[in-house]
Design a protein around this ligand. Structure first.
Ligand SMILES: Cc1cc2nc3c(=O)[nH]c(=O)nc-3n(C[C@H](O)[C@H](O)[C@H](O)COP(=O)(O)O)c2cc1C
Length: 361
């Protein structure tokens, strides 16, 4: 067990929300000391050319990125590459700062390797996050995830504003219409609502635009969103956000009910997230890039997503439970599978259906 992993486990004794702030602060502090940062980078980052892909007009050095919600304010923007992520999706950022929902709003379900959250887009707002993005020192790939303010009555205007303020400062823009914790947000996934919103975002930024969808949508609705994304010239789809379903949990149902409303992430999401990936890939062919996220807690699952058609991967909850060792094991696992199958780059594995080989080294 590495030092960071030990620290993470110790921090599980601390209330869940504080741990996130502490990790962000710790990473930011470490990163501001160049010698420590370089040492961390050489110790944990997997630099393997077989994992590097040219996508969205830039070079992703490795396929696994940090999912949105962890670094909402771009506080540790230059640290994520050093700890081993191929890229980081920052946000969700709303036009105006907002406090999010009252605490407690973040719960661990260790038996399920899951998290339940109803954070509600607590963030410092687009202007302050833009200042942070302008000061970034590294050339690490970053996406910016945008949303609407809770009290806003004009969702299109909010998304346009977010895209205009932040879009060109990032390598891609993720339109978040799928978080369960902002009233009415997920209704924006209906095509009639989504169309003007995506058009506005596309007009407001030159960066590639992706839309992030909920796992709880009906399959038909997902396919309609995929068609709309193609029609409007979007770059891709991020699947999926957290689920409002409470099915199949090992945690006692009364305990879960007592936690209240919110989205579940981590292992319980694995099956549906994979299913949505397969559904979308089958429907769109190679017309869209797909970022797969939800319960990718092992290298085997990461390989399964790639071979089912994901171009890139993300994780949040597996990072909480697995720490830096998780990032490392996913990347080394993927690289060894690429070689074991006689491929020269991970992009050749995308959608290949190739199964995990236990004899890979
Ligand atoms: C505490 C928490 C906060 C999150 N906040 C956001 C957010 O602000 N925006 C967003 O698009 N997704 C957010 N997510 C969802 C994640 O980005 C991801 O889609 C989801 O957790 C499934 O991935 P995982 O199983 O790897 O955690 C959040 C997830 C968690 C656990």
């Amino acid at each position: 067990m590495g030092l960071y992993d030990l620290a993470l486990k110790t921090m599980f004794l601390i209330p869940p929300e504080r741990i996130h702030g502490i990790i962000n602060l710790g990473l930011k502090t470490l990163h501001s000391v160049p010698v420590v940062n370089r040492a961390m980078e050489s110790a944990v980052r997997v630099k393997d050319p077989v994992l590097s892909q040219e996508l969205l007009g830039t070079t992703f050095p490795a396929p696994l990125g940090l999912a949105a919600g962890f670094d909402k304010n771009a506080a540790s923007i230059d640290a994520w590459g050093a700890v081993g992520f191929g890229y980081a999706e920052l946000g969700t950022v709303t036009p105006k700062p907002q406090p999010g929902n009252p605490a407690p709003r973040l719960f661990r379900l260790p038996q399920d390797k899951a998290i339940l959250n109803r954070m509600g887009f607590n963030n410092k707002g687009a202007l302050e996050v833009a200042e942070g993005l302008k000061k970034r020192k590294s050339s690490d790939v970053v996406g910016i995830n945008i949303g609407k303010n809770k009290t806003s009555t004009d969702a299109v205007a909010d998304f346009r504003q977010g895209a205009a303020a932040l879009g060109n400062l990032a390598d891609y823009v993720a339109v978040n219409v799928s978080s369960p914790n902002t009233p009415g947000l997920r209704d924006l996934q209906a095509v009639a609502e989504l169309r003007p919103l995506l058009v506005a975002v596309k007009e407001a930024t030159d960066s590639p635009v992706l839309v992030k969808i909920a796992p709880d949508l009906a399959d038909d609705d997902i396919l309609q969103i995929a068609d709309l994304a193609i029609e409007l010239g979007l770059a891709g789809i991020i699947a999926t956000n957290t689920t409002i379903s409470r099915e199949g949990l090992a945690t006692d149902s009364d305990e879960v009910a007592a936690m209240g409303a919110g989205g579940i992430s981590g292992d319980p999401l694995n099956e549906r997230s994979l299913e949505v990936l397969k559904l979308v890939r089958k429907h769109v062919g190679d017309k869209l890039l797909i970022i797969s996220v939800g319960g990718i807690s092992t290298p085997e699952r990461a390989w399964e997503r790639i071979t089912a058609g994901a171009n890139l991967l993300q994780g949040y909850t597996p990072f909480i439970y697995g720490g830096l060792g998780w990032i490392h094991s996913v990347h080394t696992g993927l690289a060894s599978q690429v070689r074991a199958h006689g491929l020269s780059n991970i992009s050749e594995a995308v959608g290949s259906g190739l199964t995990w080989r236990n004899d890979a080294i």
